[in-house]
Write a protein that binds this ligand. Structure first.
Ligand code: MN
Ligand code: MN
Length: 315
């Protein structure tokens, strides 16, 4: 119906065949003409507990084969108005975290220079620091919607300052994000110190702890965040461990008492209208995901993120 890239339909080619790209979209070798680039960052060398997220992009792509183009709940039709492709995986160096972060940042500089919205499939959460460095270089400090069981604001881990648990302290220190437009949603669990969360709040971070969200519908909270952000550029980073392990067990650092999948859908859908300049879905670890359900949830949440990008039409 349009010149825009379309996922291969399950009525044209059986869903269990065809390319292992996100939603079986075309794999682009150039950014030319793209509005959105889905990119894999197959990395797990920034993790502190279970590894395995290096297999995340491959498994998210595999589970995404069942997704269809139209969002029957919201009417969103991302493939009717945006040209979206899977641009494959970044060629990270699995023997060097530091080198990998440099590669991610440089790759993102190129993606952003092309005016393309990057949508990343992680990978552990350490990928988000170089992404935010590139995002801030283009847009200046951005608002940040950070959905996670963890605040990821440690100062260092074993003396390392760039890990999946230190990302948002670095982002704050480096001025990559607007502190009082940073929303950490779903945080919970045990801390290294009683002050783990309060220090980040003292920087201005707005916290929405999981226990305050239990049994609540999230569209109202989402609407408040949307109003608070206004039209400033915003990055959305979605750690799959924000969900309860009942819904998403295949992840590196699971914490009980998390969000439900309906809450995750509601939260993302409530963000429609904000100026998202990039997003990621991180921490899916297929070796701990024997049913494939975590990757399935991840694939769906990425689709929901596509549905709330600027410029998506509804039917
Ligand atoms: Mn995280
Ligand atoms: Mn986490």
């Amino acid at each position: 119906m349009t010149d825009f890239n379309q996922p291969i339909s399950g009525n044209d080619l059986a869903r269990f065949s065809g390319p292992n790209t996100y939603m079986r979209l075309p794999q682009a070798t150039s950014l030319e003409g793209l509005d959105v680039a889905v990119v894999g960052v197959p990395m797990d060398i920034g993790t502190s507990w279970r590894s395995g997220t290096r297999f995340g992009p491959k498994q998210i792509r595999a589970e995404s084969a069942m997704l269809r183009p139209y969002n029957m709940a919201t009417g969103a039709a991302p493939f009717d108005s945006l040209n979206i492709a899977d641009i494959g995986d970044l060629a990270i160096n699995t023997f060097s975290l530091k080198e990998s972060l440099r590669i991610i940042q440089e790759s993102y500089d190129a993606i952003l220079a092309g005016g393309v919205i990057p949508v990343a499939m992680g990978g552990d959460h350490s990928i988000t620091l170089p992404i935010l460095r590139a995002i801030a270089a283009k847009y200046g400090p951005v608002a940040l919607v950070h959905v996670d069981a963890h605040a990821d604001v440690n100062d260092e881990m074993f003396g390392e300052r760039e890990t999946h648990g230190t990302v948002f302290r670095r982002a704050y220190e480096e001025g990559l994000i607007v502190p009082d437009k940073t929303y950490q949603i779903g945080i919970r669990g045990t801390g290294y110190a009683a002050t783990d969360f309060s220090e980040a709040q003292s920087w201005g971070f707005q916290h929405f702890p999981a226990q305050e969200l239990w049994g609540r519908q999230l569209h109202q909270m989402g609407a408040e965040i949307r109003r608070d952000i206004g039209n400033r550029p915003v990055y959305v980073t979605y750690d799959i461990d924000s969900l309860d392990p009942a819904y998403a067990p295949g992840t590196g650092t699971p914490e009980i008492g998390g969000l439900t999948t309906p809450q995750a859908l509601e939260l993302i859908r409530s963000l429609k209208g904000i100026n998202i300049v990039g997003c990621d879905l991180v921490e899916v670890s297929p070796p701990y995901d024997p049913s494939g359900n975590t990757a399935l949830v991840g694939a769906n949440l990425l689709y929901e993120l596509l549905c709330v990008l600027p410029g998506v039409t509804t039917r």
